[in-house]
Design a protein around this ligand. Structure first.
Ligand code: AP5
Length: 212
């Protein structure tokens, strides 16, 4: 991939800070592609691809999938035509190595750093329910109209295998050790904006829209 003039926005933050929720809203309002490495990896696991088989054990343990696997996945995603107008990165980069690979390929316009106190994270993550098509609910904050069923597709909702209380701490530890240290790299470029991720999804979205 060569450097291009398309708009690039990154959402970075702890697991459960609302990156996926806000990325979907931004996709709707701006028409940019939503590129989530978590969604891409879950799709690979579901399809049983070689990559999915390799990634599954790391994801189930709440750890990070090795850089070389995720970087290849991301590079492929960024060649897709739907990213040509712009893209919203959700869940990448998560390590210094991934950030270096990204910066060598594309430039970012804005990094939204979603701040949510860790005390709120466990409730958000353990209450999350998903449909196979990727619609996200929360048993308390965003429940479906019919319990256990996706409003949009009618599919049964499920809980992600890494959304257990035991895995949450592991994921938060990884965030602090590996992902938080990536932020200063983008602060040095003057493109990081911290956004308070507490409040309703619409309130948070209003804050993000105001800084874009
Ligand atoms: P990924 O899917 O990226 O998970 P994550 O970063 O841990 O983030 P989450 O999806 O848990 O949370 P989110 O911030 O998107 O929050 P959401 O909007 O859903 O990655 C999963 C795994 O894949 C990783 O652990 C790793 O193994 C692997 N992986 C992925 N990318 C990788 C990479 N680059 N390198 C290596 N490995 C990688 O919200 C959470 C819940 O809260 C939902 O139920 C939602 O409805 C609710 N909610 C959202 N906003 C609000 C609000 N404002 N108020 C109340 N509730 C809210």
């Amino acid at each position: 991939m060569a450097q291009s003039s398309r708009t690039g926005i990154m959402l970075i933050g702890a697991p459960g800070s609302g990156k996926g929720t806000q990325a979907k809203k931004l996709k709707e309002s701006l028409g940019y592609a939503h590129v989530s490495t978590g969604d891409l990896l879950r799709a690979a696991v579901k399809q049983g691809t070689e990559l999915g088989k390799q990634a599954k054990s790391f994801m189930d343990a709440g750890g990070l999938v090795p850089d070389e696997l995720v970087i290849g996945l991301l590079e492929e995603a960024l060649t897709k035509p739907e990213t040509h107008k712009g893209f919203i990165l959700d869940g990448f980069p998560r390590t210094a190595v991934q950030a270096e690979a990204l910066d060598a390929k594309v430039s970012l316009d804005k990094v939204i750093y979603m701040k949510v106190p860790f005390e709120l994270i466990e409730e958000r993550i353990t209450g999350r329910r998903m449909s196979k098509s990727g619609h996200v609910y929360h048993v308390k904050y965003n429940p479906p109209e019919t319990e256990g069923v996706c409003d949009v597709t009618g599919e049964e909702l499920y809980q992600r295998s890494d959304d257990t209380p035991e895995k949450v701490q592991e994921r938060l530890d990884k965030f602090v050790a590996e992902t938080q240290p990536v932020v200063p790299r983008y602060q040095a470029k003057g493109i990081v904006v911290e956004v308070d991720g507490v409040g309703t999804p619409d309130e948070v979205f209003t804050r993000i829209s105001a800084v874009l």
